[in-house]
Design a protein around this ligand. Structure first.
Ligand code: BES
Ligand code: MN
Ligand code: MN
Length: 468
């Protein structure tokens, strides 16, 4: 039996314990965006520290301006494998924070009481964070545990970085990386926060979209007004906002902010071919969520619209009276939360400036606008020539008995680009989420098979990196 096979057996024998630990973590409602949960974020951070220490890591929860950052080292100083001599040093990244659970009334059961539910597609772990990212990052931690249980040690050097602000834009992580370059630098990063191609086919993500988030608040009159007494002459900020939002796209879904498409390249024929060969079922993808016609840029496939095209979306819009019944009011203010997904070499800060100018140009007399920036990160593309990518792909194939698909991803992990920019490290993005996991939605789930095969797959990746 190879050492990897021993680790796999240990993982299989310990599945119940692994699940118990994941459930313990899920019960801590570590919602990072809402200050009411900051105590729980600290609890979750301390819990992860405890796990890492059990596995022989030197670990602690570090203070930041925001939620604590968990850092653990194995084999960096003291026991365990030393980096060098062919033994790689990896930085593993995940996040312990989760999205808010609301709308709470749409959950079938309380969101922070994890359950194992029998379904026609197998057992599902249902809870907020079951997938994103607690279930996901615990696959790596449990793989480490399998190695420890089976062989007494990890065969590679590992630094673990589990942050608590991913879901709110990773504000503290950029400065933290800057301040701890030497401590966090490894040969490359492993990230577990993305998806598989489908329930049977593993994947390595080679593209992530960037993200630029803006909140705009438009103010007209100095107070809310009676819409009979003032209606007509009074400027209505909701109408102003609606008009500006309508101007953002043309008939074909093309974004109208000047310079927006600078740095967006067309797909190469090879890339297009590779994606066509994946045989993506666009009708099924839309059909599963009750849609039928792609509403993005005209003339682009659904996969292209998600993986290689930028977007502008309104995520929320607020203004006026929204309670029961009616109220005849012209509000003083209206606001919207707007996000841009970015690709290629689009520059988030340039786009932010261009967007702000676009809004100001359209602002009529007697209106004021305030902008609140909520983070800006560029797109990430993975260096396909990285030799460890091949080893990881082979390990995934061994576990799932299918080649790993090289895929893109519409989502964003704001910090991934900084691993390259600040620490000079490439990232390998492997995750076991599925399109129907309902991440960020009510009844989020993670297939038990994702958790189980994910843990085993990481054990194989660790073994492959160590040559064991
Ligand atoms: N794990 C996701 C990113 C993701 C989404 C990967 C879908 C694969 C498929 C991550 O936790 C996330 O939700 N990121 C946010 C970032 C934002 C809140 C700053 C996103 O993409 O919206
Ligand atoms: Mn995530
Ligand atoms: Mn998320």
């Amino acid at each position: 039996m190879t050492a990897t096979e021993k680790a796999l057996s240990a993982i299989d024998a310990n599945l119940t314990g692994s699940l118990d630990r994941l459930f313990e973590l899920i019960r801590i409602p570590s919602v990072s965006t809402d200050p009411a949960y900051s105590g729980d974020c600290r609890k979750a951070a301390d819990w992860v520290v405890g796990q890492l220490r059990e596995l022989g890591f030197e670990a602690s929860a570090r203070e930041t301006g925001g939620q604590p950052m968990v850092v653990g080292h194995y084999g960096v100083s003291g026991g365990g494998a030393k980096a060098g001599n062919g033994v790689p040093h990896v930085l593993f990244y995940g996040h312990y924070d989760v999205q808010p659970a609301d709308p709470i009334e749409l959950w079938d059961a309380p969101p922070f009481e994890p359950r194992l539910v029998d379904t026609p597609t197998g057992k599902h772990i249902v809870a907020r964070g079951a997938c994103d990212d607690k279930g996901q990052f615990m696959t790596f931690i449990e793989a480490c545990r399998g190695w420890k249980d089976a062989t007494g040690e990890l065969p590679i050097t590992v630094t673990v970085l589990i942050e608590g602000e991913e879901e709110s834009g990773s504000k503290s992580l950029g400065p933290f990386l800057d301040a701890h370059k030497d401590e966090l630098k490894a040969d490359f990063a492993l990230v577990c926060d993305t998806g598989m191609w489908d329930a049977k086919t593993p994947a390595i993500n080679t593209l992530l979209r960037g993200l630029m988030l803006e909140e705009i608040i438009i103010t007209a009159a100095s107070r809310d007004l009676h819409s009979g007494m003032y209606g007509g002459p009074a400027r209505n900020p909701i109408r102003v906002l609606a008009k500006i939002i309508a101007d953002l796209h043309d008939q074909d879904g093309v974004i109208q902010v000047p310079g927006f498409y600078d740095g967006v390249a067309d797909l190469t024929p090879e890339q297009k071919q590779q994606w066509d060969d994946l045989g993506f079922n666009a009708d099924g993808f839309l059909g599963d969520v009750g849609l039928s016609v792609p509403a993005g840029e005209k003339g682009r496939s659904v996969l292209e619209q998600i993986w290689s095209r930028p977007t502008c979306d309104v995520n929320g819009i607020i203004g006026g009276y929204t309670g029961e019944g009616t109220k005849t009011v012209i509000p003083s203010q209206a606001s919207a939360k707007i996000s841009f997904r970015l690709v290629g070499d689009q520059d988030p800060l340039k786009i932010r400036d261009a967007f702000r100018a676009f809004v100001k140009e359209r602002l009529p007399t007697d209106c004021e606008v305030e902008f609140i920036g909520h983070g800006a990160s560029p797109a990430l593309y993975v260096d396909l020539s990285l030799p460890e990518l091949g080893k990881a792909a082979a390990a995934l194939e061994a576990e799932f008995e299918r080649p790993a698909a090289m895929i893109g991803c519409g989502g964003s992990i704001p910090i991934a680009g900084d691993f390259k920019r600040t620490l000079g490290m490439d990232s390998i993005l492997i995750g076991f989420g599925l399109d129907d996991d309902k991440v960020h939605s009510p009844n989020e789930k993670y297939n038990l098979s994702s958790f189980q095969h994910g843990t085993r797959a990481w054990a194989r990746v660790i073994g492959a990196l160590a040559g064991k």
